[in-house]
Design a protein around this ligand. Structure first.
Ligand code: ASP
Length: 398
């Protein structure tokens, strides 16, 4: 099996204090000399190529702390995978943990295409396994600049685990971390320091690495039919054309999270209302409301939500074409309309997000809004909203 490793950055490839990314070529050389002998023994038949020609503009090392990744960088990663798709049988993407959940959600959509009724028209046929670590893979000697393996790091285990996960051939974008394989669009970073940094509160792990690697039956996406598989060069060329369009236009479709928080409001005004108006004035095209509980958001008027300043600001945003999504800030569960404090949201156009994570909602909406204008799609606003509320790739429950 031919595996390609892309290093986008993150702690796994950092050294020093404060931690900063190593140049991808130096990291790759160290992996070749220190990890490959173990891989050759433990995973016979796996050939690893460390790619170092995917670089991120604005960074001297070519790699980034994931804090600094922008939506266009998701497109850069997806574009690299698509353009080199035929050269390997699986991908390992090394990535910082801080924004892993955004990339984990964006890549599946960028590596696929859909018709306006949600049928998949291009789909992954190979594994794309994201991984990273809480501690760096290598230490650098401050005098000689020589690297040595950091024996106390989770990086080594996560790297080998990602290799094992890729060997299963699972045809989707996943995260391997601390013995578990998760669907990329379902993850949340839930610890800043523990080795089990990630959880997937609304969808169980796809697989686990114990004595052997096991994939839970019936949980992964099925392999695509030939006519929509990215193995098929014409399908792939269409996906590349759409992705090139998205990469060129995604900055025109900013979507932002907007958390409910305890804030003052009065008869006709309030802080939340003023902030929503300011977001719309800045050109935001989508608002992911991170509401309280099962989907409750302060309207600015507890007895008559329609008279509330926040309600009215959201209604103005909706009239101006901003897509509003109701998504809970609670880690686990879905949004509904059980309470009067949230049941008003559909009246201002807010879409339900079911049990999607806020990061998945943000990435999905941004990509659908951008892809709508692609010549092969031409989706209108209602079609984008319908697609958003459909389960396209396992990112939400039916
Ligand atoms: N700040 C780092 C990053 O996200 C954290 C990590 O990789 O764990 O790139």
């Amino acid at each position: 099996m031919r595996l390609c490793v892309i290093n986008t950055g993150g702690t796994i490839g950092c050294t020093g204090s404060p931690l900063a990314p190593l140049p991808a070529a130096k990291f790759a050389d160290a992996c070749r000399s220190m990890l490959d002998p173990v891989i050759a023994q433990q995973f016979p038949g796996v050939q690893i190529t460390y790619r170092t020609d995917l670089t991120f503009p604005g960074s001297r090392s070519g790699t980034l702390d994931s804090t600094n990744l922008q939506p266009a960088d998701w497109c850069r990663m997806a574009g690299y995978i698509l353009k080199h798709y035929a050269e390997c049988d699986g991908w390992i993407v090394l990535h910082g943990t801080d924004t892993m959940e955004f990339t984990g959600a964006a890549l599946p959509f960028l590596l696929s295409s859909f018709s306006k009724d949600g049928a998949v028209t291009a789909a992954l046929s190979k594994p794309v396994i994201l991984t990273g670590s809480q501690l760096p893979m290598f230490r650098e000697d401050s005098k000689t600049r020589q690297l040595s393996l950091n024996s106390n790091s989770d990086a080594v285990q996560n790297f080998y685990g990602a290799v094992a996960a890729a060997q299963t051939g699972i045809p989707e974008v996943c995260l391997y971390f601390d013995g578990r394989l998760y669907r990329g669009s379902r993850i949340r970073k839930t610890s800043t320091a523990r080795p089990d940094a990630f959880s997937s509160p609304n969808f169980p792990p796809l697989g686990e690495y114990g004595t052997q690697f096991t994939i839970a039956p019936g949980r992964a996406l099925p392999p695509p039919a030939d006519r929509v598989s990215l193995d098929n060069p014409s399908v792939r060329n269409n996906a590349i054309a759409q992705l090139d369009y998205i990469a060129a236009h995604i900055n025109n479709y900013p979507v932002m999270p907007f958390s409910a928080f305890p804030a003052w409001y009065g008869a006709n005004s309030g802080l939340i209302a003023a902030l929503i108006d300011a977001c719309v004035a800045q050109g935001v095209k989508g608002l992911i409301l991170q509401s309280y509980g099962a989907g409750n958001f302060p309207s600015g008027n507890p007895d008559d939500p329609a008279q509330g300043a926040a309600y009215q600001a959201l209604a103005r945003a909706n009239v101006n074409g901003v897509v509003i999504v109701n998504c809970t800030q609670v880690l686990e569960g879905a949004v509904g309309s059980d309470y009067a404090a949230g049941a008003w949201l559909p009246a201002v156009g807010a879409l339900g997000s079911a049990d999607m994570t806020p990061s998945a909602s943000l990435a999905k909406l941004m990509i659908l809004l951008t892809a709508a204008g692609y010549s092969g799609n031409q989706w209108n606003a209602a079609e984008v909203k319908t697609l958003f509320q459909r389960n396209l790739l396992g990112e939400m429950s039916e």
